[in-house]
Design a protein around this ligand. Structure first.
Ligand SMILES: [Zn+2]
Length: 386
């Protein structure tokens, strides 16, 4: 009997926000995936973490971090400024903002995830946006290469989910490709867990229900794959976890109470866990620092700390000063403008709720410690040279 070469498939299933602490006390796929690791996250939101997973690079290296950054010269959003004259009660309705986001995305030919969130139209012409391209395509990163650049160059037959599609469609698509038996590597993208965890928090029974669903679906996926391949190596990974929100702070009011003029004295944008500032003169800087130091629920990150986190950007692209809230504290109102929420991420990677996970049915190659190492796992699993 002639033995053909071992037909092997590696599947990497990314589940957004499936943190190490979300898994705690839950027996999620323990038998199928006995190799379980805690991974240190990358500082930032998914807009920073996902590029790091796909490339092994830090935010300073790939250039992706929070979506909006101050760049009045290159801002493509100046034509939206007149919308700032309309009553906020109209233009700030979620549905209206979503429609405008879609129009902008189409008009500018953005292929990445694009959402205006609740950045005021009166200010939007001062900002540019970091994810204009589809991260899950070759050439998707602002700088450096992602796993898809490598897969295409080495002509490895692979599958990647369309991140715009819902989870059940992504499962059906990967199963269809697996049944063809030609791919050697699959990247399955699952994003619904993040939205659920924001909404209900990690302790909710809704999360148990959702995890039971993932467990059933991934077990079924493995069964399909095992029918078509001799060896199936399954990795489940995430980008960060989810902290439970306990405190709201009005950082915007604290800064606005200083009476400084926006754009003349300073520019700021407020993400859920971060205030990011740019200064027009040293006095504005001093006064804003003094005001931030009065806020007990967070702190200014030093340059040295940002460097250690790989978030020291050329020309302070994402802020000349960064204020980060403590775990469980969110800035309300903020420019990410989500509805009232129970869970949040985007805290310091030292916080246990920031930790991500890597679960697998085989020992992972290398010694992955951080989400950037998922890239090296994928590289090895796809048979690519490092
Ligand atoms: Zn999220």
């Amino acid at each position: 009997m002639s033995t053909s070469t071992n037909k092997r498939l590696a599947i990497v299933c990314f589940i957004d926000a499936l943190g190490w602490e979300v898994l705690r006390g839950r027996r999620f796929l323990e038998e199928r995936l006995p190799h379980r690791r805690r991974l240190r996250s990358t500082f930032g939101f998914s807009s920073a973490c996902v590029p790091s997973i796909l490339s092994g690079l830090t935010p300073r290296e790939h250039g992706h971090w929070s979506f909006f950054y101050y760049d009045p010269q290159h801002s493509p959003f100046k034509p939206l400024k007149p919308l700032g004259l309309l009553p906020r009660s109209i233009v700030d309705r979620g549905r209206v903002r979503n429609q405008i986001s879609k129009l902008v995305k189409r008009a500018y030919g953005f292929t990445g995830y694009f959402q205006l969130y609740s950045l005021p139209f009166s200010q939007i012409g001062l900002f540019d946006y970091c994810e204009k391209k589809d991260l899950f395509k070759p050439g998707g990163l602002n700088r450096g290469e992602n796993i898809f650049d490598l897969l295409e160059r080495e002509r490895v037959p692979y599958h990647v989910s369309n991140w715009r599609e819902p989870e059940d469609a992504n499962l059906a698509a990967v199963k269809a490709d697996i049944a063809q038996g030609e791919i050697r590597f699959a990247f399955l993208y699952m994003a619904a867990m993040d939205a659920l965890l924001h909404q209900v928090g990690k302790e909710s029974p809704e999360v148990d229900k959702k995890m039971a669903w993932y467990e059933r679906e991934l077990t079924a996926l493995l069964e399909v794959a095992e029918r078509h391949y001799d060896e199936v190596r399954l990795f489940v990974c995430s980008d960060h976890g989810m902290a439970t929100v306990h405190t709201h702070i009005d950082l915007m009011a604290r800064i606005e109470a200083l009476g400084l003029a926006f754009d003349t004295d300073y520019v700021a944008t407020y993400d859920s866990t971060m205030g990011r500032f740019w200064f027009k003169h040293p006095q504005a800087r001093e006064r804003i620092i003094a005001a931030l130091e009065q806020e007990p629920n967070g702190r200014i990150l030093s340059e040295a700390e940002l460097r250690a986190l790989g978030c020291d950007f050329d020309g302070h692209q994402y802020g000349e000063l960064n204020f980060l809230t403590n775990p469980g504290v969110i800035i309300v109102p903020c420019h990410m403008g989500l509805k009232p929420i129970t869970g949040m991420h985007g805290y310091h990677p030292d916080d246990p709720d920031s930790d991500a996970c890597l679960l697998s049915n085989v020992p992972p190659p290398g010694d992955p410690q951080a989400i950037t190492d998922v890239f090296h796992v994928m590289q090895a699993e796809a048979g690519l040279r490092g």
